[in-house]
Design a protein around this ligand. Structure first.
Ligand SMILES: Nc1ncnc2c1ncn2[C@@H]1O[C@H](COP(=O)(O)OP(=O)(O)O)[C@@H](O)[C@H]1O
Ligand SMILES: [Mg+2]
Length: 384
């Protein structure tokens, strides 16, 4: 239940409504927390089958909600897409559309107890076995996190611990996840990792503290940590946003090179379409917690279908083209607590027509790889 009052334009809650929301939230949070904390869960409960064994990850109808005091924020609301083995999937969309929450759900790092995966599954192909991460107890997830799936965060300064040396932080990951490593071997591997991410004088950097390094260097260290255990999947959440342009390009080159060498997959989260065009094989466009279009990089860049995707393309700066002002899509993303029951983009869309006031549109198939949630793509007879 959403819990917010019915009047769309009224955002104030009465005390009674507030209390009802808090009561309902408490009930939901207790329910989900209990499921996660179970001990001695047999593996068979969270073993599953991939729909396609060539996929590394399959998000299937994922719903991740936040139970806040003013109502339920449907941060991710029915998202399905896959990450094929050895490929880079770009997830794009404006700030607040649910990109980070999607990846945090995959890592089981959504801020609990308010944040909970309430529905859907996330299938992860660990090679000999496949797991449904949604059903996995925290205990079991710890073994996968950092080893099979690792994450590069936007702000390296907050992810590195300021009181430990760089070396000890890489060693820690190696000793935790890789079996049979002695301290000496871990150090050798750490230095090797630092070398691999293009850090000169890796022995000196090994002994330094995070504040002694520049932003670009810290981001390289983060990548070294993320790659130390040769994960199957690297999640890069806005990995270059905090960096200047030249360093950005270097970091992207580095990611591409590493992916090539290790054949890992990358889930690349960004609001920068330029980065996606350069890096991704597949693109998922999100809007207000849902996927509005997905396809191969060519589908999305050469033949975008959803007016929102087309708007995003128009708002991208182009080299050698001088414009007075960059295009921006008019209007705002709707309030996540009080979503309309028609297409979320309708009120900002310049191509809306009668049908758009109806139910939220399904994802229409344009080709085997290309889908868009827009009535303009409805080619059925009744639509004509
Ligand atoms: N801890 C939280 N509590 C409440 N709402 C949250 C929390 N984290 C994220 N959200 C909400 O979830 C939505 C999606 O957020 P996020 O995935 O971080 O967006 P982005 O696409 O910019 O990464 C936003 O509306 C945000 O306000
Ligand atoms: Mg984010």
């Amino acid at each position: 239940m959403n819990g917010i009052n019915k009047n769309k334009n009224k955002y104030t809650l009465t005390r009674k409504e507030e209390r009802a929301i808090i009561r309902e939230n408490r009930k939901m949070m207790r329910h989900f927390e209990k499921l996660k904390k179970r001990k001695n869960v047999s593996e068979s409960e969270y073993l599953t089958q991939m729909r396609d064994p060539n996929n590394l990850v399959e998000f299937d109808d994922l719903h991740t909600y936040f139970y806040t005091d003013i109502g339920t924020v449907k941060a991710v609301d029915g998202v399905s897409f896959e990450i094929p083995k050895g490929s880079t999937v770009g997830v794009v969309g404006e700030s607040g559309c649910g990109k980070s929450v999607t990846s945090l759900s995959l890592m089981q790092l959504v801020q609990a107890p308010q944040g909970q995966v309430v529905k859907g599954s996330i299938r992860f192909n660990a090679g000999d076995k496949c797991y449904d991460i949604v059903k996995m107890p925290t205990e079991a997830m710890r073994k996968i996190r950092g080893k099979d799936i690792s994450m590069i965060f936007q702000e390296p300064m907050t992810s590195l611990n300021p009181v430990f040396t760089i070396g000890s932080q890489i060693d820690e990951v190696i000793l935790l996840h890789l079996e049979g490593y002695t301290k000496k071997q871990a150090k050798e591997k750490s230095i090797e990792m630092l070398k691999r991410v293009g850090i000169a004088r890796p022995e000196a950097v090994y002994d330094s503290y995070p504040h002694e390094l520049s932003g670009g260097m810290r981001q390289r260290v983060m990548i070294a940590i993320a790659l130390a255990c040769e994960p199957k999947l690297i999640i890069a959440d806005e990995p270059t946003t905090a960096l200047d342009v030249t360093i950005q390009a270097q970091i992207l080159d580095l990611l591409r090179e590493i992916k090539h060498k290790t054949n890992s997959s990358i889930m690349l989260i960004t609001h920068d379409l330029g980065v996606v065009a350069e890096m991704a094989d597949y693109v998922v466009v999100m809007y207000a917690g849902r996927i509005i279009e997905k396809g191969t990089v060519n589908d999305i860049f050469l033949d975008p279908k959803h007016p929102y995707t087309i708007g995003l393309m128009k708002s991208k700066p182009v080299v050698n083209k001088v414009v007075d002002r960059l295009y921006s899509i008019p209007g705002q993303v709707p309030n996540p607590i009080n979503m309309p029951n028609y297409c979320y983009f309708r009120d900002r869309c310049d191509r809306r027509f009668d049908k758009c006031a109806g139910d939220y549109p399904p994802l229409y198939k344009i080709s085997d790889t290309h889908y868009a949630a827009c009535y303009l793509c409805d080619k059925s007879k009744e639509a004509q």
